[in-house]
Each structure stands twice: as structure tokens, then as C-alpha cells.
Design a protein around this ligand. Structure first.
Ligand code: NDP
Length: 504
């Protein structure tokens, strides 16, 4: 049962369901709408404007006008910072409303969304905002006959296409650095989860963001997403989602205006447990959090457990017990729930299909493996662990995006590294060992954008998040590295030579 407080919040929310263009909520140009559902009940939730190419065009026109006018890029960094900090404050002030919206829309457990997603969304906007008036440009070491400044300028209009697994937070990972560096943005949320971002756009406006600087166009990826990817007046596009869709952005950019493409893609991240890994009381919650957090609908999920044979039996027994005890599946509005529903019925079936494939390929199912709470109409699946798998099985190779852990044993360090790296992905990894030399060696040998040592970690706002291999292309979220990618480098060469002196 949902707690009465959260149920009250839910009852009081008025969803914003129109597109947000040029500082106003507007219907789609076609007038069409589509209905989303609550994944915990399968019941209709909201009727959203169904954007198409015309809406992207309207949004880009507004963003271009704002960019060219300098209303945002020409504002002093301190003033830009103040507006964005106010935006972050408003997100915090509306924490319950945004958290409940996110839970109803995406099925994410309210206990996570209230304490992590929405506070982290605000913190991300604030972190990038605070950097606005603290980052300096450069002066090149020329001779006395010239002054050469190397300055960063906003690219202009940034397009963004984001997924449904962390709707508010993924928006912030793009909006924080793109807006802080003075760009105007046209962003498309995932069809299933537009509500928190539409409300955030309104809060940004309340904070003082000028019209046209942030535009939100809801609608289907193959229409709105493609229109953003191909638009000739968008200068850079940032995407988070599947590797399959991500690679199409490169084609679209190549076929159109060579816009910069920044891709955050999928993963099949290893968690490596060495023979000398420390206390299992510490390790077990980390391992389960890595794979079951957000129902496993997480690009950095530690979905492969690569474990030394000598530790496997005890570790798996402890994992099975802790999964049953701690990872309660249920109504995501209930504070005690840790696993909500899969995002859609189709996705539930996809996850169950992988579980069937694991069984068929001979992995040993030790817990879960089935749909649960079917009577609610929601798309719930039990947290699932397969033991004695090999890295060749589909459950070890493909991104399941559900609460499914695949356990693969190893005997030597070299074998552990080979298994960890034997994947087309390279987003994240973790290594558990008490030996600092082994930790350092493994952290350097594993090809992944983030390697946690003795913890599952995506780092924090100060560290870049991006993928090696087919987990990413040209992009990093978070940290000052994210700022750089939304800017162009310009050299300004000023001739300082006295009348007849040769230039430096
Ligand atoms: P997608 O990659 O299809 O969706 C991500 C975003 O891209 C959504 O906004 C989507 O729009 C949009 N999109 C979809 N098709 C296109 C297109 N042809 N051109 C431009 N934009 C497009 O992921 P799914 O939601 O379908 O999930 C499928 C799988 O992808 C998951 O099971 C998971 O394995 C992986 N994934 C990885 C994510 C990550 O964080 N790395 C996040 C989400 C998924 P819309 O959905 O509105 O049509």
C-alpha cells in the first residue's frame, strides 16, 4: 500500500502535459495526444502532446532566436549562475511533487526518487551552475608580438534525447552543463516519462530562464528524436539510450549538418570479486545494489558477477538470502518497496525472455525468475540470480535492463580480466580485493569509463561519466568535462607588434 502522505501528494498533482516551447505550454502542432500508463497498475496516467517534426522546428526556431539574441549566452556568468541555482532550489522545493510524478510515470520506488533522483537532479543543476563563473579561458604562450586568447563559446543550440530510466536526472545531466555554458536547448523526454521534465521546464522559467532557452518536445523517438538528430539548425546533440539507436545519430549527423554527437549508451558491467575480497557483509549489499537498483533498468548496472571460484558458494548463498530479505518488490509508492515494475508490458516480456534464455542455455536459476504481483496489473518481475553461467551466454552478453544477475566463476586474475573485458560494452565495472596492488592493476586493465574499487559507484558530480567501446561516443556527463563538450574552442589572435616589428 502507498503511504497516505505520498498518496495525498499523488492526488494533488496536476500534470503538465503540453509541449513547452518558447516559454509556454502549447499543444502539438497536429493537435494529437497520446496516453501514458502507470507501470505499477497498467492504468492510464496522463494524456500528453504528441509532438512531430513541426514541433521540433518551432522549438529550434525559438532556441535559435534566443541563442542569436544573446539573452542567455550574453548574460554575465554570475547572473546565469543565479538563475540556474534558483532553478535547482525550486527542484528541491518541489521534491515530493516531482518524486511522486516520477514514481507514477516510471514505476521507480519512491524511497529512491525522493532521496536520490530528485535531490541529485537539483544538485547536478547547482553544481554546473556554480561552475559558471569559476572556469577561466586561456592565454597562449605567444611571443610579445601577439596576444592569443583561447576561449570557449557555447555551441549555440543543443538537442537532447533522453531515456525513461532516470527521467529527471538524465535531463539534468544534459541541461546542467549545456545551460551553464550558455546554450539554448531542445530536449525530448522518452515517451513513457515526459511529466517530470515538463514540470521542470516550468520551474526553470519561474527561476528566470528566458523564453526559448529551454524547450521540451514530447513524442516518439522515430519522429521527434529523428527530427532533432537531423535538424540543420541544431549544433550538437546529446543522447542517452540504447547503443542501437545511438549509432543512428552518427548517421544522421553525417547525412545532415555534421552536428557534434555525444552518446551515452548501454552496458554489461562486470563486478569482479577476487579471492581476497573483504568482508561479505559489506560486499553483498553493494553487489545487489549494483544490479537491482532501479529494477536493473540502469545502464551501469553490474549485471555480471565475475567471482573467484573459492568464494562463489558462500557469496551466492548470501546474495540469495539478502535478495529475498532486502529487495522487496511492490507498489513503488510504498516507502518499503525497493523494486517497482518494469517500465512497460513489452519490456517485462523482454526481461522474462532473457530469463527463459538463461534457463535454456544451462545457467542455474537460484532465485526469482518469474513475474510477480500480476493481480495488480503492473509489470513486476522478481529479482533473479543465475549461477554457474558462462560469459558466452546471452544473459552475460546482452543488456537485459532488468533485475537479473549472472554469476560467472573464474580461477586466475588474468581470466577475470579477460572475462570482464570480453564484451562490446565498457561503461562501468567494480573490483573487490583487499590488495591495493591488485586493485590498481585491475582498475587499469579493465576497459570501462568508471571502475569502482570495493564499491559499486558511478562517481559523483565531480567525476566524468562516459563509456568506452560501444558504451559511448564522444560524450561525458557530469564534471567540468561535460562543460567542455557543449562549447567550441576559438582562437583570438591579436597582433601586438609595434609598427615595423615582425609578428611573433
Ligand atoms: P531507446 O534507445 O530506444 O530510447 C532512448 C531514447 O531515444 C528515447 O527518448 C526514445 O524515444 C529515443 N529514440 C528511440 N528511437 C529513436 C530513433 N530512431 N531516433 C532518435 N531517437 C530515438 O531505448 P528503449 O527505451 O527502447 O530501451 C531499449 C533498451 O535500450 C533497454 O532495454 C536498454 O537495454 C537500453 N537503454 C539504455 C539506456 C541507458 O541509460 N544507456 C536507457 C534506455 C534504454 P521514445 O522511447 O520516446 O520513442
Amino acid at each position: 500500500m502507498a503511504s497516505s502522505t505520498m498518496a495525498d501528494v499523488a492526488a494533488g498533482i496536476r500534470f503538465r502535459t503540453a509541449a513547452y516551447i518558447d516559454g509556454q505550454f502549447v499543444p502539438a502542432a497536429s493537435g494529437a495526444t497520446y496516453v501514458t500508463e502507470n507501470p505499477a497498475t497498467g492504468q492510464p496516467l496522463a494524456e500528453i502532446a504528441l509532438g512531430d517534426e513541426r514541433d521540433v522546428d518551432r522549438a529550434v526556431t525559438a532556441a535559435r532566436r534566443a541563442a542569436d539574441s544573446g539573452v542567455w549566452s550574453g548574460m554575465s556568468p554570475g547572473d546565469r549562475k543565479r538563475i540556474l541555482v534558483r532553478f535547482a532550489d525550486l527542484i528541491d522545493e518541489h521534491n515530493d511533487e516531482l518524486a511522486v510524478t516520477e514514481t507514477l510515470d516510471a514505476g521507480k520506488p519512491i524511497s529512491d526518487v525522493r532521496t536520490l533522483d530528485i535531490p541529485d537532479t537539483a544538485a547536478c543543476i547547482r553544481w554546473h551552475a556554480e561552475a559558471t563563473d569559476k572556469l577561466y579561458d586561456q592565454v597562449a604562450p605567444t611571443g610579445p608580438g601577439a596576444v592569443a586568447m583561447i576561449v570557449r563559446e557555447p555551441v549555440g543550440v543543443v538537442g537532447a534525447v533522453i531515456p525513461w530510466n532516470y527521467p529527471a536526472q538524465m535531463a539534468a545531466w544534459k541541461l546542467g552543463p549545456a545551460l551553464a555554458t550558455g546554450n539554448c536547448v531542445v530536449i525530448k523526454p522518452a515517451q513513457q516519462t515526459s511529466l517530470s521534465l515538463l514540470r521542470m521546464a516550468e520551474l526553470a522559467s519561474d527561476a528566470g530562464l528566458p523564453p526559448g532557452v529551454l524547450n521540451v518536445v514530447p513524442g516518439p523517438g522515430d519522429v521527434v528524436g529523428v527530427a532533432i538528430a537531423r535538424h540543420p539548425d541544431i549544433d550538437a546533440v546529446a543522447f542517452t539510450g540504447s547503443t542501437e539507436v545511438g549509432r543512428t545519430f552518427l548517421h544522421h549527423a553525417a547525412d545532415t549538418n555534421l552536428k557534434r554527437v555525444l552518446l551515452e549508451l548501454g552496458g554489461k558491467s562486470p563486478q569482479v570479486i577476487m579471492a581476497d575480497a573483504g568482508d561479505l557483509d559489506r560486499i553483498v549489499p553493494q553487489v545487489l545494489n549494483a544490479v537491482f537498483w532501479n529494477m536493473g533498468e540502469n545502464c551501469s548496472a553490474g549485471s555480471r558477477l565475475v567471482v573467484h571460484r573459492s568464494r562463489k558458494t558462500e557469496l551466492v548463498e548470501r546474495l540469495v538470502a539478502a535478495a529475498a530479505r532486502d529487495w522487496i518488490v511492490g507498489d513503488p509508492l510504498d516507502e518499503s518497496t525497493r523494486i517497482g515494475p518494469m517500465i512497460t508490458r513489452g519490456h517485462l516480456e523482454r526481461v522474462l525472455g532473457y530469463i527463459a534464455a538463461g534457463r535454456a542455455e544451462g545457467a542455474r536459476l537460484v532465485t526469482g525468475g518469474n513475474r510477480v504481483l500480476e493481480e495488480t496489473g503492473g509489470h513486476f518481475v522478481a529479482p533473479t540470480i543465475f549461477d554457474d553461467a558462462t560469459n558466452e551466454m546471452r544473459i552475460a552478453r546482452e543488456e537485459i535492463f532488468g533485475p537479473v544477475l549472472t554469476v560467472i566463476p573464474f580461477d586466475t586474475e588474468a581470466e577475470a580480466i579477460a572475462i570482464a573485458n570480453d564484451t562490446p560494452y565498457g561503461l562501468a565495472a567494480s573490483v573487490y580485493t583487499e590488495n591495493v596492488r591488485v586493485a590498481h592493476r585491475m582498475a587499469r586493465a579493465i576497459k570501462a569509463g568508471t571502475v569502482g574499487v570495493n564499491a559499486y559507484s558511478e562517481g559523483d558530480l565531480t567525476t566524468p561519466f562516459g563509456g568506452f567501446k560501444q558504451s559511448g561516443f564522444g560524450g561525458h556527463d557530469k564534471s567540468v568535462h561535460a562543460h567542455a563538450q557543449y562549447t567550441d574552442l576559438k582562437t583570438i589572435w591579436i597582433d601586438m607588434a609595434e609598427d615595423d616589428e615582425p609578428q611573433a
